[in-house]
Write a protein that binds this ligand. Structure first.
Ligand code: SF4
Ligand code: SF4
Length: 130
């Protein structure tokens, strides 16, 4: 992990789970370069996510992604958008948390604090990038 990664606290950030834009830019079926949303595809292998009733409410049909399933998106207090699974608004609330952290999609697990995706997400939301 980079020095930046060591210094970052994801629970006071959440940038990679959100976007400053609404509607959100991106290429259908692919994670946009900056933010996970709104194209966090839910893969059939993410079956743990699809099980509990609480989580099922957060997954929507999305013909733009190969699996046909994606996480729902909601508006944030700042007029952007965030994953519906994210509790709190990045840049607005002191703490944020993924409600489905233990069963979050594979796409989310690939994001590393201090990595390229992290830095770009933070840059877009105006957070320090080191
Ligand atoms: S953008 Fe980086 S620091 Fe922020 S929550 Fe995502 S991985 Fe963590
Ligand atoms: S599922 Fe959790 S980690 Fe993935 S984008 Fe949503 S809030 Fe972030």
């Amino acid at each position: 992990m980079s020095d930046l990664g060591d210094a970052l606290d994801c629970q006071s950030c959440g940038a990679c789970c959100a976007s400053p834009h609404d509607p959100l830019p991106g290429v259908a079926g692919q994670p946009p370069t900056a933010s996970l949303e709104p194209f966090v595809a839910v893969d059939p292998l993410d079956y743990d996510l699809l099980g509990p009733e609480r989580v099922r409410r957060l997954v929507v049909l999305d013909p733009l992604v190969p699996s046909g399933l994606a996480l729902a998106v909601r508006k944030t207090a700042r007029g952007g958008a965030a994953c519906a699974c994210l509790q709190g608004d990045p840049g607005h609330d002191e703490r944020v948390a993924c409600q489905v952290y233990e069963v979050r999609p594979h796409a989310c697990r690939e994001v590393r604090a201090g990595g390229t995706w992290c830095r770009e997400s933070r840059r877009l939301l105006g957070f320090e990038t080191g």
